[in-house]
Design a protein around this ligand. Structure first.
Ligand SMILES: NC(=O)c1ccc[n+]([C@@H]2O[C@H](COP(=O)([O-])OP(=O)(O)OC[C@H]3O[C@@H](n4cnc5c(N)ncnc54)[C@H](OP(=O)(O)O)[C@@H]3O)[C@@H](O)[C@H]2O)c1
Length: 359
């Protein structure tokens, strides 16, 4: 198959650089357009990422001389590529993502700005691949012909929403208490000052708890008529902490369900779970989406974040909860599964579902 030309908006940031790394030898997609803020546009990628290149030297060599365009160079983007990945800040996403979609370029977004729009899928490919069926409604609502926006949830959610999905499907989730320990790379570059985070934990990440208490309801929501309705009957309490870990968001979860699962039933479901990306054998899909580890001291970010190429969730310590029904610990790589890798997997799914054109 001829590779499909793609663009990256926000190519110079932490997530944008992950896109470049993951797309450097992707079997279906080839990068032909890069854009970022006015501070970077007009420079080559090498110049724009001087002193903040975070990926392999080989990937830098491959893309070093590619020019960074201005974000409003949408006509150039249209000539250069078929769709774009957006790794823009939320403010820039608000300014530019709709213009790309309106111009006929589908936008696979990592930013939070469109996540809760009722006609925008909030997609985790293993969990709610059917939510993409709202795309024709979105195009009709907004008078767009070829373009559309698909969003990916907050980076910390992947670690626990993927394990919760098979449990919810069988036992129906009611209450969820989640405490996240989130890595530094989740704050972008340069992120927090070392003097603030070394030897410390910061028990506040702006807007993160609000997102963590509402996005799961949309992920488990259903298409009703012309919108995605939020799942009913689930209450969520979230605590989000920034910890001195480089990559990998860890979540401690307690959950109650309408039907009561035993520990053994829950672990059996988790171990057997495979989603649509595994059935379709998508290139970025981990063969085993949730790896369950029996050791009491796992998962750990340093040991487990790169499992399945950074795309698998590692789970452990599933046991009865004396307050709710079950509790467990889960981990996923925030900039891979939680950002660029998740975005690429979503694009692979959209291509196989026929929403993206082959060339
Ligand atoms: N880091 C994670 O783990 C993670 C996970 C999931 C989702 N996300 C989301 O992904 C997006 C990117 O995150 P990041 O960590 O890669 O952030 P980042 O390192 O700060 O990079 C942000 C990118 O957006 C561009 N940008 C910022 N403000 C802009 C503006 N006003 N106008 C135009 N361009 C602007 C920057 O261009 P310059 O380099 O030229 O300034 C850069 O390319 C954010 O929406 C974030 O919430 C991040």
């Amino acid at each position: 198959m001829k590779k499909i030309a793609v663009g990256i908006l926000g190519a110079t940031g932490v997530v944008g650089q992950d896109y470049l790394q993951l797309l450097s030898d992707h079997p279906w997609f080839t990068v032909t357009f890069l854009a970022a803020s006015d501070a970077s546009s007009g420079k080559s990628l090498r110049e724009a990422t001087l002193n903040r290149w975070n990926q392999s030297e080989k990937t830098l060599q491959q893309f070093a001389e590619m020019p960074i365009s201005q974000l409003d160079a949408i006509e150039s983007a249209k000539r250069a590529c078929s769709f774009v990945f957006s790794a823009l800040s939320s403010e820039a996403a608000q300014l530019y993502e709709e213009s790309y979609a309106a111009a006929g370029l589908p936008v696979i977004s990592n930013a939070s700005y469109h996540r809760m729009a009722k006609d925008v899928p909030l997609l985790i490919a293993e969990v709610n691949p059917e939510q993409t069926a709202i795309i024709p409604v979105q195009q009709k609502n907004r008078n767009w012909t070829r373009g559309f926006i698909v969003a990916k949830p907050n980076c910390s959610l992947q670690s626990y929403m993927i394990p919760l999905f098979p449990l919810h499907a069988h036992f129906t989730l009611k209450h969820l208490i989640v405490t996240t320990m989130q890595a530094l790379s989740g704050a972008g570059y340069p992120g927090l000052s070392s003097l603030d985070i070394l030897d410390n934990v910061i028990p506040y990440i702006p807007q993160e708890e609000e997102k963590s208490e509402v996005e799961p309801l949309k992920i488990f929501g259903t298409i009703e008529g012309h919108e995605i309705s939020l799942a009913n009957g689930i209450t969520i309490s979230a605590h989000c902490n920034r910890v001195p870990v480089r990559d990998g968001h860890l979540a401690c979860v307690s959950a109650s369900f309408e039907k009561k699962p035993t520990r053994e039933e829950a672990i059996d479901l988790i171990r057997r779970f495979r989603g649509v990306p595994q059935q379709l054998n998508l290139p970025s899909a981990p063969k085993i989406p949730i790896v369950y580890q029996e050791e009491n001291n796992r998962p750990q970010p340093r040991l487990d974040r790169n499992r399945g190429g950074g795309m698998a969730v590692t789970m452990g310590r599933l046991r009865p909860c004396p307050v709710l029904d079950l509790r467990f610990v889960a981990l996923s790589h925030n900039t891979l599964r939680g950002a660029a890798g998740g975005g690429i997997l979503n694009a692979e799914l959209l291509l196989r579902q026929g929403y993206l054109e082959e060339s």
